[in-house]
Ligand binder design. Structure first.
Ligand code: HMG
Ligand code: MG
Length: 369
């Protein structure tokens, strides 16, 4: 049993040596941000956003130092009309790669072979003609390998994202099939992706709470799915708290369960929506477990049309401000990113949900006054 003396002793030591416990030394001091604003951030907006605005968003994000951007999705326009013009965004990124300080990995979400065919019809016509099949993407946990050579836009990489969910009801609502059927749909996608040299990331939605089946999603179900997806050939699993129902203890339990199932921390990304304001707390718990890839959306944009009541992704600016305060590196210029957050919020008539973004903009305005 821990005595009162031991607790006090530990507390005094912590006060005397506050810098002994740092996240930066836990495994790597680089954290990879997957900016999902152009896809997850915009897909739920009710009014139609002009494709020029979406392209401008991708262009501006590319200039901030972000290394991975999910730029659109190839889903049924009947289900998610806002994403209907993603092929135009892909065409733009391939034909006129956004100016960026380094090569960027662009990710494209799709649920089935039809989505893959639509993606490939653009990608094969443009990318293969120009550059040949893409080179393998950077290792998720290393800044050095993530393309800091200031290299040509031709070195950009494209990846696919597929998605299933930890509960049957959410899977039905989001993709009109069972979990088992969603896995069957992925097999030909995975095979074709490997043939053409595209990496595939796989999302597991509602991992910490489901809008239809409640907050207590079985972490073992998430672990089983993650193992199946990795065995099938997924290059990364993004574990998604779609509803924002995740809490610190639930996040810790889920990560322990994933680890006990043999899933390496380097194979995982965490994707927090911030409905209950717990995303940063859950991020810190994940950092302590050694996770070094996190999804977020500029200005806290976002939401899933099939997750009623859930709000946006954790804001990229908030996440990055938090990481930098811990001595971790992201490679992102938070001032530039905050400017992008302010711009896109204005463009789509939405309030900027990033507190760090708004505070950073206030500092910039004060400095320039
Ligand atoms: P379905 O209605 O069962 O599909 O939907 P279907 O095969 O019967 O086809 C119906 C019609 O859609 C047909 O057109 C197909 O051609 C067309 P019609 O013959 O009637 O004219 N169609 C397509 N069109 C374009 N692209 C496609 C495509 N597929 C079929 N890929 C389906 C099944 C999976 C297609 C549908 O349910 C769907 O598109 N779901 C996606 C919903 C969505 O976009 N959700 C949000 C993204 S996931 C998310 O946000 C969660 C995440 O952020 C992580 C987290 O936070 O949890 C990733
Ligand atoms: Mg999401």
């Amino acid at each position: 049993m821990i005595s009162k003396f031991t607790c006090l002793h530990t507390a005094r030591l912590a006060a005397r040596y506050p810098l002994r416990r740092t996240y930066a030394t836990a495994s790597s001091d680089f954290v990879r941000i997957v900016e999902v604003g152009p896809r997850d951030g915009l897909q739920n907006e009710k009014q139609s956003i002009p494709v020029a605005t979406k392209i401008e968003l991708v262009n501006r994000l590319a200039q901030t130092g972000l290394k991975t951007i999910e730029a659109g999705s190839f889903v049924s326009p009947k289900w998610t009309p806002q994403m209907a013009n993603s092929s135009q965004i892909l065409e733009h990124v391939l034909a006129s790669p956004p100016t960026a300080p380094h090569p960027i990995t662009y990710q494209w979400l799709l649920p089935n072979v039809k989505g893959l065919d639509n993606f490939l019809s653009v990608w094969e016509a443009k990318a293969v003609g120009q550059n040949g099949y893409p080179t393998p993407p950077p290792s998720p946990d290393s800044e050095a390998t993530a393309g800091t050579d200031g290299g040509a836009a031709g070195a950009n990489v494209h990846e696919l994202s597929i998605f299933t969910a930890a509960t049957e009801t959410f899977t039905q609502k989001n993709t009109n099939c069972s979990i088992a059927e969603s896995l069957q749909r992925f097999e030909p996608i995975m095979a074709r992706a490997k043939e053409v040299g595209l990496n595939v990331r796989a999302y597991i939605s509602v991992a910490l709470g489901c809008p239809y089946e409640g907050p207590n999603v079985d972490p073992h179900q998430v672990a089983e799915l993650a193992v199946s997806l990795l065995e099938m050939g997924a290059d990364e699993i993004s574990v998604a708290d779609t509803t924002g129902m995740g809490t610190a203890p639930k996040t810790a339990e889920l990560l322990k369960t994933l680890s006990a199932a043999g899933i390496e921390k380097n194979d995982l990304a965490l994707h927090f929506h911030d409905t209950y304001g717990q995303a940063l707390v859950n991020t810190l718990v994940s950092l302590e477990h050694g996770i070094r890839t996190f999804d977020s959306a500029v200005a806290g944009l976002g939401g899933c049309p099939f997750s009623p009541g859930a709000t946006g992704n954790v804001a990229s600016e908030d996440l990055i401000h938090c990481f930098h305060s811990l001595g971790l590196k992201t490679g992102v210029d938070i001032e530039k990113l905050s400017g992008v957050g302010e711009w896109i919020s204005y463009e789509i008539g939405r309030s900027n949900e990033s507190r760090a973004g708004k505070a950073t903009m206030a500092q910039i305005k004060k400095r320039e006054a």
